[in-house]
Ligand binder design. Structure first.
Ligand SMILES: Cc1cc2nc3c(=O)[nH]c(=O)nc-3n(C[C@H](O)[C@H](O)[C@H](O)COP(=O)(O)O)c2cc1C
Length: 204
């Protein structure tokens, strides 16, 4: 029997049309984000923030920044996925629960912090990690939504500078992606065909 997660992967689409009458209760948004944060991050940094744009007023602001894309306001919620530049000083707090639970040796937590401090001294590497973490979150979110019978659409069609200003993002946050989540309306395309595995896979 095919596992249900494989079935979700096989059928997920980027929805263009959402039911504008559909709303998501705050508890459902929280549940989606809770499961999304099960996504992995380097050193368990969890260097992300999710801004759930849900009110008509905030959606209108975001839609203008997203070049008028209608789904931003039609979907029940459009998330702004922010990646945060990794800060090694956050790691003791992030890793403490693993240490306290007894499976992570304290010395390991300390060495992870030292590793992160050295690794992210390079600005490009730090920025890459912020984008990577938010992208992993986006991938997890779209499938978590699918599992709840919802549809989604990832978007990079937005003015990042305008978003930073309008939504008052701090300097260490990068707006990586928008993800609209809601109930699909009729008329969406099926999943687009993919390139054959033989074109994209090298087995060495
Ligand atoms: C990072 C990323 C950015 C995207 N940006 C947009 C966008 O701004 N607007 C849009 O309509 N679709 C956007 N898409 C959706 C892609 O066009 C879509 O995933 C692709 O055509 C494959 O279609 P499918 O997801 O339905 O299989 C984006 C997808 C990804 C992964």
């Amino acid at each position: 029997m095919t596992h249900s997660i494989i079935k979700l992967l096989e059928k997920r689409i980027s929805a263009n049309l959402f039911d504008p009458a559909h709303e998501l209760p705050v508890a459902d948004i929280e549940a989606l984000v809770r499961v999304t944060t099960r996504a992995p991050t380097a050193y368990n940094l969890q260097n992300w923030r999710f801004i759930a744009v849900r009110s008509a007023k905030a959606k209108a602001r975001l839609r203008a920044i997203a070049y008028g894309q209608k789904k931003v306001s039609d979907a029940a919620v459009t998330f702004i996925l922010c990646g945060r530049l990794p800060d090694a000083e956050t790691l003791p707090e992030r890793l403490r629960p693993s240490v306290e639970a007894g499976f992570m040796p304290p010395a390991m937590a300390q060495s992870w912090q030292e590793g992160a401090r050295a690794q992210y001294a390079d600005a490009q590497t730090a920025r890459d990690e912020a984008v990577r973490s938010a992208t992993f979150a986006a991938a997890t979110l779209i499938h978590a939504a699918e599992a709840q019978g919802l549809s989604s659409s990832a978007m990079v069609g937005f003015d990042a500078a305008a978003l930073r200003q309008d939504f008052a993002l701090p300097a260490d946050e990068i707006p990586v992606m928008l993800v609209a989540v809601g109930r699909a309306a009729d008329g969406n395309w099926p999943q687009k065909p993919r390139r054959p595995v033989s074109e994209v896979l090298d087995i060495l």
